[in-house]
Ligand binder design. Structure first.
Ligand SMILES: NC(=O)C1=CN([C@@H]2O[C@H](COP(=O)(O)OP(=O)(O)OC[C@H]3O[C@@H](n4cnc5c(N)ncnc54)[C@H](OP(=O)(O)O)[C@@H]3O)[C@@H](O)[C@H]2O)C=CC1
Ligand SMILES: O=C1OC[C@@H](O)[C@H](O)[C@H]1O
Length: 395
């Protein structure tokens, strides 16, 4: 219980670097510029930056200049840009090394392409884009310009989910037969007007929690789907503007090596009897020939998680594991969040070091491909492709 409370405390109040280190880090640190005043930025970038000696919270840009100033002051960014040209002004700032892009999904493509065009590395929120073709175009440009782009599937950087994969890869449980993933959020988590309910901005359950279910399925299976066997979704509301915005979806996929994947996400799980909020579901379960492994809370395991391994056979015993840090030399602390581990890897990659793990371009592109395939099967259709056109001669 003490360890749990200590971890929770440090997640919200990470120990800040000493002032001497703060001064030193200006020498070789990466200056981050952040697009928009998104709710997720403090967790993904601001708090992790406080404990990373090579990260400077340099600038933030929002569509409103006053809000940009206030946000910069509140979160410790040195500079702010605002108004209609704010995002582009931030990209054009020669002192920005890295752009963090947590804009609505439908704007990821345009602003990532613009940031790359401006010569910046990009930490890009999930899902990378609205379509697989857009994700491919981003990585093609990044490759040509020798810049780093990472789709922020933060959970992949934490030791917990890597431990589950290591158990599967060890062969202890034999071949994988079935993987089922559930990711749900209680009603009210995404209120009316939230970007997640806008088709034009790339919203919907399959795009939001759903993109993680596709990702963890592919990650644990170490293979890609071959077909979407079934898919069903329910719209957010009966209003015409929500006809293609899924509140919840279920899908069954066939994967290479005879694996079946069962995915479900709900962005607005109704209250029990209309009054009692439901607990979020955050599980991935893997059935294998010789047993099973399940992780509770693969998404944000830094708060709390457990991995239950049930090997089949005489004398084999069920065991429960936890992994807040890596065994061996890899960096980390009990209280490091998924986002902190992710920032470590991202900075390592940009600085030319080998990150502990990475989400490769093909992985991101394949994830978008299968998100789109689910939308094709359930009839909701892919989110609209961006109207932004990148001109090669503009490089
Ligand atoms: N990694 C993770 O754990 C999580 C990732 N995410 C991802 O991060 C992204 C942001 O999510 P979230 O923090 O909830 O988003 P918010 O709605 O809080 O922020 C989105 C930002 O986008 C900017 N924006 C620009 N154009 C528009 C527009 N037309 N409509 C609305 N906003 C606009 C706004 O910036 P401005 O201030 O300039 O007005 C706003 O601050 C999404 O891609 C989401 O999938 C979200 C939650 C968790
Ligand atoms: O990235 C995310 O993680 C948790 C979800 O509940 C949230 O909607 C999503 O954007």
């Amino acid at each position: 219980m003490g360890a749990f409370l200590c971890r929770i405390y440090h997640i919200s109040n990470p120990p800040k670097l000493e002032p001497t280190n703060h001064t030193e880090r200006k020498l070789k640190a990466l200056r981050f510029g952040c697009l928009g005043a998104a709710k997720i930025t403090p967790a993904v970038l601001v708090r992790p930056a406080h404990t990373h000696s090579e990260v400077v919270l340099y600038a933030v840009a929002t569509r409103d200049a006053k809000r940009a100033e206030a946000y910069a002051k509140e979160h410790g960014f040195q500079k702010s840009y605002g108004g209609e040209t704010g995002y582009q002004d931030l990209i054009d700032d020669p002192d920005v090394d890295v752009v963090y892009n947590p804009l609505p999904n439908g704007l990821h493509f345009e602003w990532t392409m613009k940031a790359l065009k401006g010569g910046k590395h990009v930490l890009l929120e999930k899902p990378a884009t609205n379509t697989a073709a857009e994700a491919a175009a981003i990585y093609a440009l990044a490759g040509r310009k020798n810049l780093v782009v990472l789709e922020a599937f933060h959970y992949r950087f934490h030791p917990a989910v890597q431990r589950v994969k290591a158990i599967l890869d060890s062969g202890e449980l034999g071949a994988i037969k079935n993987i089922s993933v559930d990711l749900t959020a209680p009603e009210g988590t995404a209120p009316e007007g939230d970007i997640r309910w806008s088709y034009d901005l790339g919203g919907g359950s399959t795009m939001d929690p759903g993109c993680y279910t596709v990702n963890v399925l592919r990650y644990l299976a170490s293979s890609n789907p071959t077909a979407v066997l079934t898919a069903r979704a329910i719209p957010y509301s009966p209003r015409p503007e929500h006809a293609q915005v899924d509140k919840t979806f279920w899908a069954t996929l066939a994967l290479e090596n005879d694996i079946i994947g069962e995915l479900h996400s709900n962005l607005s799980e109704p209250k029990i009897f209309g009054i009692i909020p439901r607990m979020p579901k955050l599980q991935a379960r893997v059935q294998c020939e010789k047993g099973s492994v399940e992780i509770f809370n693969f998404l944000i395991p830094h708060y709390y998680h457990y991995i239950t391994v049930k090997p089949k056979g005489k004398g084999k015993r069920r065991r429960v594991e936890k992994a807040y840090t890596f065994k061996g030399a890899a960096k980390g602390e009990e209280w490091w969040t998924t986002y902190r581990y992710q920032l470590e890897a991202f900075v390592d990659k940009v600085q030319g070091r080998t990150p502990q793990t990475w989400v490769e371009p093909e992985d991101t592109i394949a994830n978008m491909k299968w998100v789109e395939a689910i939308y094709a099967k359930d009839g909701f259709g892919s989110r609209p492709a961006s109207k932004y056109v990148y001109h090669e001669d503009a490089e």
